[in-house]
Ligand binder design. Sequence first.
Ligand SMILES: [Zn+2]
Length: 420
Amino acid sequence: MNTFLPLGKYSFGMGDRFAHQGKAQLQACILATELGASFIPVWNKSNREHTFIGTEPASTRGAADAAVSALGWQQPYHVDADHIRLETVDRFIPHSDFFTIDVADSIGKPPAPASLAAFVARHPELIGTIAIPHIDQPFHTTREYVEKIAGKFLLAVQEAGVIYQHIAKAKGAANFITEVSMDETDSPQTPPELLIILAAIADEQIPIQTIAPKFTGRFNKGVDYVGDLTQFEKEFTEDLAVIAFAIQKYGLPASLKLSVHSGSDKFSIYAPMRRTLQKFDAGVHIKTAGTTWLEELIGLAEAGDDGLEIAKEIYAYAIEHVDEFCAPYASVIDIDKAKLPSAAAVNGWSSTQFVDALRHDQKNPGYNSSFRQLLHVSFKVAAKKGDRYLNALKKHETVVARNVTENLFVRHMKPLLLGQ
Ligand SMILES: [Zn+2]
């Protein structure tokens, strides 16, 4: 296996769309570390986000370095080129030390018949009865099954290998962390599929440290998990068991762990995740992004005056363009249009009403998950406001930062690792 830059056991991916919340986000990691929940911060921004907002990867690195030096953070931290492909990776290479290779588009495309035959011949252990510690029932697989599943995933993994080699050549294998993501696809990968995928990743010599499968249930943007909690816990357990097994079997890095994308705000699965991680003494990477942009809006609304005014303007524009903004995210939002208040109604809201509707507190009767999801996908509106938005963030920095830190620390890091 190639050398690699090691990633800490628990790591927390944070998105900072406008690059103004680095310190507030890092402060959450500092508070968690003080309580014994040590999360390594990873600032992630996808190519899509950079394109929507009109920023360059150097700005993510700059904001991360500035936050780390301002707060004197002594532990590692990383900058993740999120969801990159061969055609988009190059501008990230000088600035990132964590690469999320997204090969979901190639899932289901057939590999070369010879390479498929070679894979099946190389892996007789995948055929028959596969007993994996901590999974009650052994898997029973046939040659046809392995051919079918490898036929679905092998080309995608080979592409990940090409992208990995491209980065390693430019940067040196020892200088970065590799994640492979398959979350943006139609159906969840089953545990036997995950095992086959990991066998193929090992064949490609990718020193993978995080893998982002698609899990069962809905991982909507910025709101709670929707799905069968028992089934989720079973699959999460089996995924961890498969990963532990594959590390041994295929010599993958011992630090290999799951990466949970759209991991923010999934409050109802944090307890099952924490139980399962403890059982396996396993690490995890939680990837969040837009939850921080929503805290910026909450902070601005809470500040009142011009802050509240700009938050209302953003909503008014968003509701006018609701179909356009929601279209690219159709599979990751569930908005009930009947529950979206009119722009006129929101214009009459007090600071408290706006904050109550937006803040992710399901016990608050004013909370409105449709309102929250629409604003989640409307960050382009703030980007269009340019300096006016950024100046409002600066002017109301204290109240915005308090919301950003509290959201990550209290609602995410504590329940994930400390169970409180
Ligand atoms: Zn993702």
